[in-house]
Design a protein around this ligand. Sequence first.
Ligand code: ATP
Ligand code: MG
Length: 426
Amino acid sequence: MTTISKTIHRIASERFAIKRLKRWLPPNVSQVIKVLHKAGGQAFLVGGAVRDVFLGRRTNDWDIATNLLPSQVASLFSKVVRAGEKHGTIMVIIDGEPIEVTTFRRDGAYLDQRRPAAVEFHTNINEDLTRRDFTINAIAADLINERIIDPFAGVADLRKGVVRCVGDPSTRFNEDGLRILRAVRFAGVLSFRIEKTTRAAIPKAINTFLAVSWERKRDEMSRLLAAAPFFSACIRELWHTGLLKELAPELMTIQPTRLKAIDNIKANQPWQRFTAWAMLANLTPNIAGEILRRWRAGNQVIREVEQNLKALNLLTDNSPPKGYSLRCWLSQIDAATAKTSAKIAACIWHSYHEFPRRTQRAINRNLPLKISQLAITGNDLVAAGFVGREVGETLTQILEFVIKHPQLNKRNQLITFAHRLSTGKT
Ligand code: ATP
Ligand code: MG
């Protein structure tokens, strides 16, 4: 990836990470750890939270691992959700917020590529860390005894900026094909590089990736779109690993090097980034919608992407519309779509720099751009002698006239104009 960092990342020392964890830990998570400990159990923070604290990144996602069995965990708290109990997870609810507590486990094979077919519970944290995908995600923090458990040198990999599998990459990718996309996601989101043998194993695991459910793939893609600072570099990695061909071959009509403009769109706007990508790849709204349906995206997302793409398709990349042509554009779309697609256009086309502000000003003027905003209604035309289809057709022509001359949106003038239309005098 172009963002590959060969530099040493500044990360917290273990002592400082523990201190920071204690400072950042929400009181309810801290309470769960204390209750598990009091009951004679171990309780470690694991996964993304520990990784992110080392990197100085704030997190809201606190996962706890324990040696207590799920039923024991459930008996210690008054409010729990037991839906994930079979897989070792009890969701503890404190102050209305859920905190996941998972018994140390090893996963069996992922037979349906959704969840492991069977899990084995363990009493040793090292066993639990062994099942985790990457070394940087396999670090545990024991806040009670103030120590970090890091059997795979994940902290050193954080310092080097490396995504490396726990264990043999091919074996790990064959257990769960989603991990190859996760490797690209973590590298993209953290601006890390993928370690050589881990990277080399990715193309060979594509077949396993094919069997993974689209819901899991969609979650990873939206997290990648939502959090990678340099998304265009991620596209390059998706392309070269063979992942893009499986996820959306339709998007391979444009080389990743020509997609740098997408990075101008804020990371927290994943679907705007996707829209820009689809636009630059020359996709029709229908094809973009097809990709999103394949990814099992929500209907609202699909609708918004399709509408924004339609709006962008009405523009030309070198000359942003002004005055009358801007009003014509606005008359064909709703205000929210106009604002969003103007922002996307400004990010992908240089000449559209001023366009969002101009669009906003035009929207604020509340100009008559729809039939419902005309100073005349169908009833007025009927009263003036228009009948049947004539009424609708005349209203459309009047709207065209008013878009051209918004200052003439006055009832009497429009009735006169309608009569002139019907007698062919315009
Ligand atoms: P994020 O901050 O994006 O949520 P995360 O590291 O918390 O990143 P999650 O997908 O929330 O990622 O998973 C939590 C932890 O569970 C990971 O850190 C990793 O240890 C483990 N994990 C999740 N998915 C897998 C997987 N498919 N294979 C192995 N371990 C996994
Ligand atoms: Mg997480």
